[in-house]
Design a protein around this ligand. Structure first.
Ligand SMILES: Nc1nc2c(c(=O)[nH]1)N[C@H]1C(S)=C(S)[C@@H](COP(=O)(O)O)O[C@H]1N2
Ligand SMILES: [Mo]
Length: 551
């Protein structure tokens, strides 16, 4: 962008025009400034909606602000609105918001023309309101937070640019010619040439408006599909499991503030996938095909899946990219149908040793056939913590396999299971530098105190989680400044497939401490001490925190 020409009023390139310009009245300048404000803010909002549609299908800044308005208005007003608009109340709200946004956008253009940055400040307030609304929506993931900021930034930059173009035009056009009391208006070809800055302003304004329209149309298309599937999801009633989850044992929670929750709420559950746009899969259109080395190909639709005897189980899933001490891991209660029962219907042929699962967006994972047919509860999951799977976590159906990293097992939006051989097929990540097999490595984490924290001398409570899915944790120990390993209090896990919480109270005098944790599985195998990076098969090493104990 051109930063050398500011075109401020008073810096006429050539004062005292020899040929009188066509002139620009204050009213014209104000109208075009208002148009610039609407185009700039419109583009910001449209791009924000588009980004929201791409990143987080269920919510947009506009929807979030609208939702906040609905939550905030007193009940009387709500009833009045429903009485007045009936079922169109939401359309009326969105229409009203649109008009209000347009009015404020026009105002931002007008004040920006009068005084640089005044309009930008109004847009900044827009951004803050949008951000506050987004933060206030509990069902929203952190992914949506940058969206209102992006929208506001785009609006501010465009407004500065358009108003600068407008000022250049006004400067070149000069003040309006003295009004003649009678006679034809002086405007017209030949009378006064339009300055080139006029064309530049209209190109900028038209270009901006065109971007707003295209982004708005794309956003509507994306959101329309996502909104329809979100609606189906929210209306879906999950069947009761034939085999409910075993009860959470008493004492499974150590009840220490800051320790990762025993069951991770859906909105806090880590999300990892290659999907730039969350696949939007209509359950009525969904089918799962079992293909490849099978006696008989099987096809399953969603209604048939719901009618199966479902089981509900807790399982902790982790990403291979989880660093030592990291949070790409979570525990949930999954509702689904055991994959081994589906595979039994198809009848894998001799020689098959892998199932290549494929998602609606073409991602693949290669899972050992054995793990999907042994007695563990590898599930075709439809429910997560009592709800249908969130769109981001694979709605309507995903795989959950206790004991394997997600990249070789946890296919979201799953549509095909191809029974095959490791010799013949590869999952998505394998040719990209990750191991063919991905068993979860036994590991543990110190959640409190956090690394680098100061605590007061006396008894310091340490706590965290440890996991060795499908084997189970037998012991967790702490080591302080490289001393002897001290056993921590290990809470009972929900099952061998979940993480376990642990805690240990340690008396500490003032000073600097380095505290490490080590987990040992139920077979007596301790986690690996040597540090290894996440690639190719998962990080190892002891999680270490430095604690500053103050007197
Ligand atoms: N379709 C699809 N499924 C996928 C992935 C993906 O990129 N696409 N990523 C996998 C990886 S690497 C992990 S760790 C888990 C994460 O599941 P979550 O996002 O529900 O936590 O999903 C797995 N399933
Ligand atoms: Mo992952």
């Amino acid at each position: 962008m051109n930063t050398t020409q500011h075109g401020q009023p008073g810096t006429f390139p050539n004062p005292g025009p020899q040929t009188p310009g066509p002139g620009m009245t204050d009213r014209q300048a104000t109208s075009w400034a208002a148009a610039a404000g609407i185009a700039a803010v419109g583009t910001g909002v449209a791009l924000g909606e588009l980004a929201a549609g791409l990143v987080s299908p269920s919510l947009s800044p506009v929807t979030a602000v609208g939702g906040a308005v609905i939550d905030a208005v007193p009940p009387g007003v709500k009833e009045w609105a429903i009485a007045l608009f009936g079922t169109a109340d939401k359309v009326a709200l969105l229409g009203g918001m649109g008009l209000l946004i347009a009015a404020l956008a026009a105002l931002s253009g007008i004040v920006e023309l009068r005084r640089g940055f005044a309009g930008v400040a109004i847009i900044a307030v827009f951004g803050v309101v949008g951000l506050a609304a987004v933060l206030g929506r509990t069902e929203l993931t952190a992914n949506a937070v940058p969206v209102p900021l992006l929208a506001a930034a785009v609006g501010m930059v465009l407004l500065r640019w358009l108003v600068r173009r407008l000022r250049e035009w006004r400067t070149e056009a000069g003040p309006p010619a003295a009004r003649l009391p009678a006679g034809p208006p002086p405007a017209g070809p030949g009378t006064a040439a339009q300055p080139p800055s006029r064309r530049r302003f209209f190109h900028a304004l038209g270009g901006t408006a065109a971007v707003a329209v295209v982004a708005g149309l794309l956003a509507t298309t994306f959101r329309g599909a996502a909104a329809a599937v979100s609606e189906l999801r929210s209306k879906l009633v999950l069947p009761a499991p034939e085999s409910p989850a075993p009860p959470v044992p008493a004492g499974a929670e150590v009840r220490l503030d800051g320790v990762g929750p025993l069951v991770t709420p859906n909105k806090d559950f880590y999300r990892i996938d290659t999907a730039l746009r969350v696949p939007v899969v209509d359950p009525a259109q969904w089918t799962l095909k079992v293909t490849g080395l099978v006696e008989k190909e099987v096809s399953l639709d969603f209604a048939a899946l719901l009618a199966k005897p479902l089981v509900e189980r807790h399982a902790t899933i982790a990403c291979v990219s989880n660093e030592v001490g990291g949070d790409l891991i979570g525990n949930a209660r999954w509702l689904g149908w055991p994959v081994r029962e589906l595979l039994a219907l198809a009848g894998p042929k001799d020689g098959a040793d892998m199932v290549l699962s494929r998602s609606a967006d073409g991602w693949t994972a290669g899972t050992p056939l054995e793990v999907l047919t042994d007695n563990r509860d590898a599930l075709l999951a439809i429910g997560m913590n009592g709800e249908p799977l969130p769109l981001e976590h694979g709605f309507p159906v995903r795989l959950i396999v206790p004991g394997l990293y997600g990249y070789v097992s946890a296919t979201k939006w799953v549509t095909e299971l191809k029974v095959t051989r490791f010799a013949d097929d590869v999952g998505y990540w394998t040719p990209r530098g990750w191991s063919e097999r991905g068993p979860v490595k036994t590991s543990s984490r110190i959640d409190v105190p956090r690394d680098g924290r100061s605590v007061s001398a006396g008894t310091v409570a340490f706590g965290g989680v440890a996991w060795a899915q499908h084997t189970g944790i037998g012991r967790v120990e702490l080591r302080i400044n490289g001393g002897a390993w001290q056993p921590a209090e290990l809470a009972p896990g929900i099952s061998k497939d979940t993480w376990y919480q642990w805690k240990l109270a340690v008396p500490l005098t003032p000073g600097q401490y380095e505290v490490q944790v080590r987990a040992t599985d139920l077979n007596g195998v301790a986690q690996v001490e040597d540090r290894a990076p996440v690639a190719p098969s998962g990080a190892t090493g002891f999680h270490t925190v430095r604690v500053d104990v103050k007197s």
